[in-house]
Design a protein around this ligand. Structure first.
Ligand code: TMP
Length: 211
């Protein structure tokens, strides 16, 4: 059986990844395609429990390396329990965030260094990387403005200040340069409809082997 394709959505907080990936997958499923939408942190029972620990706003004493290890731990569980079995059954997997988030947020945002963060993640993912990544590009200021406007409750990372989110943004620029061949960059500062349409065309192209 042919393996499914593994595609990720990435971008800063407030870039609209969750809304956009949900709309894209709904449309692909309506066309009869085999697609599974999942997310990180989370995506499986254990990984969702780890998500709750990481994002709990009362966990203010969490050390940056602990945070990086917990992200890598939930990733391992999500990968082996959900992503790899689906791909082996020929199902295409679309994940709202994956390892690039750790490189940008922990590597650059928390200043742990991308190479060190990649090293602990290699232990978790054993070389399994997405074939393509849809990057929803939005400046840190605009992303933060959106989450403060749209979200009733802010998680522990959302609550970080603009300086942190600017470092994350810079981190993503480095990630894009490092993995340019798998990146599809979409301007997410436009209307939701435009971003959804471009993302849908991009993912469809990847599934059809034209992108
Ligand atoms: P979400 O808002 O996309 O569900 O993600 C929750 C937060 O977790 C978001 O602020 C980004 C952050 N995050 C990391 O810092 N490192 C990671 O590896 C992942 C997957 C997410």
């Amino acid at each position: 059986m042919e393996q499914g394709k593994f595609i990720t959505f990435e971008g800063p907080d407030g870039s609209g990844k969750t809304t956009v990936s949900t709309a894209v997958v709904t449309r692909l499923k309506e066309e009869g395609r085999q697609v599974l939408l999942t997310r990180e942190p989370g995506g499986s029972r254990i990984a969702e429990e780890i998500r709750d620990i990481i994002l709990n706003p009362t966990n203010t004493e969490m050390d940056a390396r602990t945070e990086a290890l917990l992200y890598a731990a939930q990733r391992r569980q999500h990968l082996v329990e959900i992503v790899l079995p689906a791909l082996a059954h020929g199902i295409n997997v679309i994940s709202d965030r994956f390892v690039d988030s750790s490189l940008a947020y922990q590597g650059c945002g928390r200043e742990l260094g991308m190479e060190e963060v990649m090293a602990i993640n290699q232990f978790a993912i054993e070389g399994h990387m997405p074939c393509r990544t849809i990057f929803l590009d939005i400046p840190a200021e605009l992303g933060l403005e959106r989450i403060h406007r749209e979200r009733a409750v802010l998680d522990r990372l959302d609550q970080e200040d603009l300086a942190f989110h600017k470092k994350v943004f810079k981190g993503y620029q480095e990630v894009i340069q490092k993995y340019l061949e798998r990146m599809i960059i979409i301007d997410a500062s436009r209307s939701r409809e435009e971003v959804i349409e471009d993302s849908y065309q991009a993912v469809k192209g990847v599934l059809d082997g034209t992108r």
